[in-house]
Design a protein around this ligand. Structure first.
Ligand SMILES: Nc1nc2c(ncn2[C@@H]2O[C@H](COP(=O)(O)OP(=O)(O)OP(=O)(O)O)[C@@H](O)[C@H]2O)c(=O)[nH]1
Ligand SMILES: [Mg+2]
Length: 186
């Protein structure tokens, strides 16, 4: 099975750092030539089947709306990243969710809400409580579950790469489940 996954979120939350760290951490991850956007591809073995993910790093600004909507087409899943030291980046997560819904062409799709820069908990008092993010994902799932979708929440550090492989594999499981569900409805 093949899936297209986007890394989304506000400017400066650490998307490119996360993307590069995934490229280093996941065995066999390969950079692919791509126009404009950075792309890596890797294959995971999920519940006995091969799951190939094409992961795209999307800039938080720079892209015009028209360009963004083009890149969103046929997306199967996403990492919607915020920075746990930036309340604004968390409040803006619904904006990215809405763009996905409007432009992916698949309606609702599985998403991981990613609280990045977890290493900052040790050096700063001003970090966001994950309760709010968990509550947000819980609310998303109240409607999404009916469409065979499970959205997830992960707190990670792109700097240390802690939690990245587990996050990717959980998203993969969720996308496989959703695809099977969608195909059973055809
Ligand atoms: N402490 C810490 N800093 C991080 C982490 N991830 C990223 N950063 C820093 O955050 C800043 C922004 O990171 P980028 O990866 O460029 O952010 P981005 O989301 O790709 O930004 P745009 O592409 O401009 O939208 C850089 O200075 C990174 O070093 C992390 O996990 N912990
Ligand atoms: Mg970037």
């Amino acid at each position: 099975m093949k899936f297209k996954v986007l890394v989304l979120g506000d400017y400066g939350v650490g998307k490119s750092t996360l993307f590069q760290q995934i490229a280093k951490t996941i065995p066999g991850a390969e950079k692919k030539p791509s126009i404009k956007l950075e792309l890596i591809e890797f294959t995971r073995r999920i519940e006995g089947q091969e799951v190939t993910i094409s992961l795209y790093d999307i800039p938080g600004r720079e892209l015009s709306n028209e360009h963004r909507s083009k890149h969103y087409l046929n997306t199967n899943g996403a990492l919607v990243v915020y920075d746990i030291t930036s309340p604004h980046s968390f409040r803006h997560a619904p904006f990215w969710m809405e763009e996905l819904l409007n432009y992916s062409g698949h309606g609702n799709i599985p998403v991981v809400i990613v609280g990045n820069k977890s290493d900052m908990r040790e050096v700063s008092q001003r970090t966001l409580n994950p309760i709010d993010a968990k509550e947000y994902v819980f609310r998303l799932n109240r409607t999404a579950n009916r469409e065979g979708i499970e959205n997830l929440y992960f707190e990670v550090s792109a700097k240390s790469s802690k939690g990245l492989t587990q996050m990717i594999d959980k998203l993969a499981v969720s996308m496989v489940k959703h695809r099977k569900y969608s195909e059973s409805k055809k």
